[in-house]
Design a protein around this ligand. Structure first.
Ligand SMILES: [Zn+2]
Length: 89
């Protein structure tokens, strides 16, 4: 009798490829846990902002959500950054 292994569940979201790297990060809580930074790029303002994941509910999934620029209201392109090597706090 063979059973499917269900050790790790990877989540893939439409239109968002934020799961590069060894871990799949989909929630604000995971961002904090793995010390990744979520940043948004607004092409209209040509600016990049870092979201404070620690201030959001940990179980909220950010993948697939729309982030809008607070200045112009345009949709921001989000991206994940792995922990910076120089930061060890
Ligand atoms: Zn903007």
């Amino acid at each position: 009798m063979t059973r499917q292994r269900r050790g790790i569940e990877l989540t893939e979201a439409d239109g968002a490829s934020v799961s590069d790297g060894p871990v799949s990060i989909t929630t604000f809580g995971a961002l904090v846990r793995y010390r990744h930074r979520l940043s948004g790029m607004c092409r209209e303002c040509d600016t990049c902002r870092t979201f404070d994941a620690a201030s959001r509910p940990a179980d909220v999934v950010f993948v697939g959500r729309t982030f809008r620029c607070k200045d112009c209201g345009s949709r921001m392109e989000i991206s994940l950054s792995p922990p910076a090597w120089e930061r060890r706090d």
